[in-house]
Write a protein that binds this ligand. Structure first.
Ligand code: AMP
Length: 248
């Protein structure tokens, strides 16, 4: 069974994003970029399924600029077998990514597509669900455990009220939550080996997908600055202060 793992190049999760002075977006100049953390978890899960003998090949896909090659090389160094870069300098919205992935899935016939539950740059949490709808395949989102048995996959989902377990007939779509696994670091020999693994470069037009944005960003703003706290002498002073502020 083949597993397709879409990985997005995003602003590194340790970086504090800065909003551009003209409010049109986040400043990405000279900012460290990395693989979306949920996608690292997706790559790790695919590798574990391969190590268990469930999967035979892992194909990583990224839609993004030429530099997204680095993200794919990271996936290859972790253990993916080959990669596809769908190169574009445009910002590609989840629907267009899902349409591209749909065509790739039709070509590659993966038993599972494992995506992150969300990309931490736009926090859309849409691509996996849209892909499942476009392909007409079952989906198990926010997975905290994934078990493949025969032609079905059991997914434990992190939902508001607790854990929900669903059984999906494969081929299926799974999206990863934070507690699914702890991704491995690529070893130096594997980083070297990854340089010679196959990486195909395509464009959205190769898949017949128009990436023209459907959404228009009106404004991006920093969250309001928090005002400084104050110290009060005792509980009575605290209650007095809360009453004064109208919150007690
Ligand atoms: P989103 O719907 O944008 O929050 O993204 C959810 C997941 O879809 C991500 O964790 C990735 O697995 C996948 N994805 C989104 N955008 C891209 C992209 N440009 N290239 C590859 N995978 C993507």
């Amino acid at each position: 069974m083949k597993i397709l793992v879409p990985v997005k190049r995003v602003i590194d999760y340790n970086v504090k994003p800065r909003v551009k002075a003209d409010g049109t977006g986040v400043d990405l100049a000279n900012v460290k970029m990395s693989m979306n953390p949920f996608d690292e978890i997706a790559v790790e899960e695919a590798i574990r399924l391969k190590e268990k003998g469930v999967a035979t090949e892992i194909v990583a896909v990224s839609v993004g600029p030429q530099k997204a090659q680095e993200t794919l090389r990271t996936a290859l160094a972790m253990g993916a077998d080959r990669a596809i870069l769908v190169q574009t300098d445009d910002e590609v919205e989840p629907l267009a990514v899902a349409k591209i992935l749909k065509t790739i899935a039709a070509e590659e016939n993966p038993g599972l597509v494992i995506l992150g539950k969300q990309a931490i740059d736009d926090d859309s949490n849409q691509t996996g669900q849209m892909l499942a709808a476009l392909l007409g395949r079952p989906q198990g989102t926010f997975a905290s455990a994934v078990t493949v048995e025969g032609d079905s996959v059991t997914v434990t989902r992190e939902v508001d009220g607790g854990l929900e377990t669903v059984s999906l007939a494969m081929p299926a779509i799974v999206t990863t939550d934070l507690r699914l696994n702890e991704p491995r670091y690529a070893s130096l020999p594997n980083i070297m080996k990854a340089k010679s693994k196959p990486l195909a470069t395509k464009t959205p037009a190769d898949y017949g997908v128009d990436t023209t944005p459907r959404l228009k960003t009106l404004k991006v703003a920093e969250p309001a600055a928090r005002s400084a706290g104050i110290k009060v002498a005792d509980v009575d002073a605290l209650v007095g202060k809360l009453k004064e502020l109208g919150v007690a």
